[in-house]
Design a protein. Structure first.
Length: 105
């Protein structure tokens, strides 16, 4: 299964439509491969916060691979967050965080 080249997609998008944000996003775009967390961070840096209806629509279609889930759970440990705080930070359900912890720990 091949994945989209997100690095090229976001580089082209920034250079064509948002050249003023190139410097802000350059640290993420220097990576050889972009992960799910990197893509979420790029979205926030390029487009800012989203309105409520767009956020609810996009939330339905999010999916995370195992490495991203482990990074999110590691973020929780590093920052000593409880499940509610982690869920709020990444805009997840508390039940999702609990399920991930049961699956991977």
């Amino acid at each position: 299964m091949s994945y989209p080249n997100y690095k090229k997609i976001y580089t082209d998008m920034i250079t064509i439509k948002h050249p003023d944000k190139l410097e802000i996003c350059s640290d993420i775009l220097r990576k050889s491969k972009l992960g799910t967390i990197d893509i979420i961070n790029l979205q926030k840096k390029i487009f800012g916060s989203e309105n409520v209806s767009t956020g609810q629509f996009n939330q339905r279609y999010k999916s995370y691979d195992k490495s991203t889930i482990l990074k999110i759970l590691e973020y929780q440990k590093e920052n000593t967050l409880n499940n509610s705080e982690l869920a709020r930070h990444f805009k997840l359900s508390r039940n999702t965080v609990t399920r991930w912890k049961k699956l991977f720990f």
